[in-house]
Ligand binder design. Structure first.
Ligand code: FE2
Length: 357
């Protein structure tokens, strides 16, 4: 499979990754042959690129760290938890606990995890993927920090619902393009306090869970909100969510800006270490994020162009690349794989949007 721009998609290409709608239902399933109608529908949904099956890249599908069933269960739970009618009930609380414990068990089963951020996300399903992805990221950091089960559970539940306070903020302010007015920004900041109140008073979570919503926008140097707390005043769980929240937001398309490529988002986190983010947490986080996802077209320092076919958990920036074009731009008549972890004079200089095969 490989990633292509949707505008280059053609009829009869086979989709290699499910695409989900705004409410978490499968819109087009992997394995389906594309029709012109489908391509048009995906365009209307704001899909920008897709994964297709390609015989040149013999990877059928990238394995997710959690099963499809759990992913869909998570979407259902998040949809319910974030819907305003549910805020006054505690019915959802046990479901959230069960869901997060299932995610924890699946993550603990895996030895070396490297996350391929290959979900096709749209602006519309941002909250679903953001809640689930940040939860997986946080839990993996928690596991690296040797958290015990109860601590992982609180971290996971708090991460899943860290932005729950946004249900009380008007949508037009949340998704506003262009600069916010002072008053609007003040309102957005309130989602931390509102989130804490919802988790604490309505959903009856304990302090360890609720404080994640309260403090996830605090920054080490005191420049965050709502209180401007610094270093040791911020719970470690909230410091973890600060990192994963910003990373996932940066790699997602939003109403107001295009996404960053993962290696640039990591660069941003590394540059903001010690002022905004805890560098120990960032150092744990970067070990399981693949900088260049499988199926992504890239260009090497030698000007050779190819597609990432395998990620090495020990060297996230040095995957195996299958080369299709030599440094002169000529198509190779034979198969050539370069393992960047073994050949240090090669490195990826940029991610390409698409290459013609
Ligand atoms: Fe937030």
């Amino acid at each position: 499979m490989r990633r292509i721009l949707l505008k280059n998609a053609k009829e009869n290409m086979v989709l290699a990754k499910d695409i989900y709608s705004e409410d978490g239902k499968v819109l087009v399933a992997s394995g389906q042959k594309l029709t012109n109608n489908m391509i048009k529908r995906l365009k209307d949904f704001g899909v920008y690129d897709i994964y297709i099956v390609d015989d040149n890249i013999d990877i059928v599908e990238i394995e997710d760290v959690i099963t499809k069933e759990i992913k869909e269960e998570a979407f259902k739970v998040v949809n319910t938890a974030f819907s305003a009618e549910y805020i006054n009930t505690q019915e959802i609380t046990p479901e959230i606990k069960v869901l997060v414990s299932k995610i924890i068990s699946q993550l603990l089963e895996q030895k070396e995890v490297i996350l391929n951020l290959c979900d096709i996300r749209t602006v519309g399903n941002y909250t679903l993927f953001h809640s689930l992805n940040t939860t997986i990221f946080s839990l993996l950091v928690g596991i690296k920090l040797n958290y015990d089960y109860d601590k992982l559970l609180s971290l996971g539940m708090g991460t899943l619902l860290h932005d729950i306070g946004k249900v009380k903020i008007p949508r037009n302010i949340l998704n506003k393009r262009g600069p916010l007015q002072e008053k609007e920004y003040e309102m957005i900041k309130m989602h931390t306090i509102m989130g804490y109140d919802i988790l604490n008073s309505e959903y009856k979570f304990d302090q360890h869970v609720s404080e994640i919503a309260l403090y996830h926008h605090e920054r080490l140097d005191g420049s965050g909100y709502p209180f401007g707390k610094t270093r040791d005043e911020i719970p470690q769980t909230a410091k973890i969510v600060a990192v994963v929240d910003v990373f996932d937001a940066l790699v997602s398309d939003r109403e107001f800006r295009k996404r960053l490529k993962p290696h640039m988002a990591i660069e941003y986190l590394l540059n903001s270490c010690s002022t905004h983010f805890d560098s120990y947490i960032v150092s744990k986080f970067v070990t399981f994020i693949s900088l260049f996802q499988v199926g992504t077209p890239v260009i090497l320092n030698t000007r050779e162009k190819g597609i990432v076919v395998h990620n090495n958990p020990r060297f996230p920036s040095r995957p195996i690349v299958r080369i299709f074009y030599d440094s002169e731009g000529r198509k190779l008549p034979y198969k050539k794989d370069i393992d960047l972890a073994l050949n240090f004079h090669y490195y990826i200089v940029d991610v390409l949007e698409d290459i013609e095969l």
